[in-house]
Design a protein around this ligand. Structure first.
Ligand code: FES
Length: 110
């Protein structure tokens, strides 16, 4: 079974950025989103990222940077190499890979 090394940007807005490294065995064809969901269950339940349609490529909430390029985590495939994941740089950071993606006029006011 191949192994990917995911280097994931961690921390909340205003905190110093760091990247945590996770080794993850995967089945060929599994998506980056599949890997993140498994990581959250098996290694770090605090890992934050967004998704809503689960590999249907419909919600667009799983967008993030993979090695500096914007991808949908649900369509990008895990590979047996170092894979660096960062949040979208043009959106306000919430935490880890989760950013504020709703337009300002569509956000709940609390
Ligand atoms: S999870 Fe919905 S588009 Fe990727």
């Amino acid at each position: 079974m191949p192994t990917a090394t995911l280097l994931i940007r961690r921390g909340a807005a205003g905190e110093a950025a760091r990247h945590d490294s996770f080794s993850l065995d995967f089945e060929p064809g599994e998506s980056v989103l599949d890997g993140l969901r498994r990581l959250r269950v098996s290694q770090d339940p605090t890992l934050a990222f967004r998704y809503a349609c689960l590999n249907a490529n419909a919600c667009k909430e799983c967008m993030m940077l993979l090695d500096g390029s914007v991808v949908y985590a649900c369509t990008a495939r895990l590979e047996a190499r170092d894979m660096r994941l960062d949040p979208l740089p043009n959106k306000p950071l919430v935490r880890d890979l989760a950013t504020v993606i709703a337009p300002p006029d569509e956000r709940l006011r609390v």
